[in-house]
Design a protein around this ligand. Structure first.
Ligand SMILES: [Mn+2]
Length: 317
């Protein structure tokens, strides 16, 4: 059922046991939104738990409250409400869907949202789910603490590339300013997120050796093999290098995981790569999307490149 922000707020207030979750391969938006909402719900005495079917990447381990995030277990737990944040499809929450038995409320901003929940509030105009959470808390006249402000600023800033991407709106900048007034410190957050372990820079130099250009230089690919990688966190931001090459329209990163799964990230300057990701069972935004495919790296690379070229050809014609 399509909910207004008011109905969303009422549902939160009428539920006493609430589980919060977000998508796997967590980013700043889903973590910041989940933690901010958790801070608020705890403060009004709700029985809340955060469950996530993935690790919190090291670069987000400054977000207040992240220690309380748990992993799903095989045991089934029930609650009044399961809130799914920043995820466009039920598959994106991994094992949490089997672990929790509760009506689902989905709060999201992805264009590719499949309306899978019992109730949903989807605002495709928002640059981040963090913007929606900020609107919700403001509507409820919540006292935005410095901890909540830090979480929401991080959510918003990371999803708009620190106010550089096309989704950055006047509203985005206003919310960020409000959150600074509530105690968010942009310089401290950026400094923390930019700091990388030496290993990450050494991995980057190996991954850049795999750079290939296709289709007259309009597509750039990089490939991360399991033996280049000892820490899965460390590929964060790598896709930006092929993306910024002059003449490149679409950048693709292939990350070979264990068990034959290949995680693929797409970035584009103008093309809608969410459609491309959707073809392979993934999703995301027009300029940033992703999917996972089972198979051999050579076959998968060929298949994805063909689909990408096809999309560029169709747009051009
Ligand atoms: Mn998001």
């Amino acid at each position: 059922m399509d909910f207004s922000l008011e109905q969303t707020a009422k549902l939160l207030q009428s539920s006493s046991t609430i589980i919060l979750t977000a998508h796997v391969q967590p980013d700043g938006d889903c973590l910041g939104s989940m933690l901010a909402l958790n801070h608020y719900l705890v403060s009004i005495g709700k029985n809340v738990r955060m469950v996530l079917d993935d690790d919190v990447p090291a670069l987000f381990k400054f977000l207040p409250g992240y220690h309380a995030i748990q992993k799903p277990t095989p045991k089934v737990i029930s609650a009044d409400l399961l809130i799914v944040l920043d995820a466009s499809d039920i598959e994106r929450i991994g094992k949490v869907k089997e672990h929790v038995e509760a009506p689902i409320l989905n709060i999201d901003h992805h264009v590719s949202n499949t309306k899978f929940a019992d109730y949903w509030y989807i605002d495709r105009q928002s640059a981040a789910t963090g913007e929606i959470i900020y609107q919700l808390l403001t509507m409820l006249k919540v006292n935005i603490t410095a901890d909540i402000a830090t979480c929401l600023y991080t959510a918003i800033a990371t999803d708009c590339g620190f106010f550089r991407y096309a989704n950055t709106s006047v509203q985005t900048m206003r919310y960020a300013a409000d959150l600074m007034e509530c105690g968010a410190k942009p310089n401290v957050i950026s400094e923390y997120m930019e700091t990388k372990p030496l290993e990450s820079i050494l991995t980057l130099s190996k991954v850049l050796e795999t750079l290939e250009l296709h289709y007259n230089g309009k597509i750039a690919t990089i490939t991360v093999l399991p033996d280049t990688l000892s820490n899965l966190d460390s590929t964060e931001g790598f896709i930006n290098y092929p993306r910024v090459i002059e003449g490149v329209e679409i950048a693709i990163m292939f990350k070979v995981m264990s068990e034959g799964i290949i995680r693929i990230s797409f970035r584009s300057k103008t093309a809608d790569v969410s459609k491309l990701a959707l073809t392979f069972g993934g999703g995301g935004h027009a300029r940033a999307a992703g999917c996972a495919i089972m198979g051999r790296i050579d076959d998968v690379t060929k298949e994805v490149l063909e689909a990408t070229i096809k999309q560029l050809t169709e747009v051009a014609s």
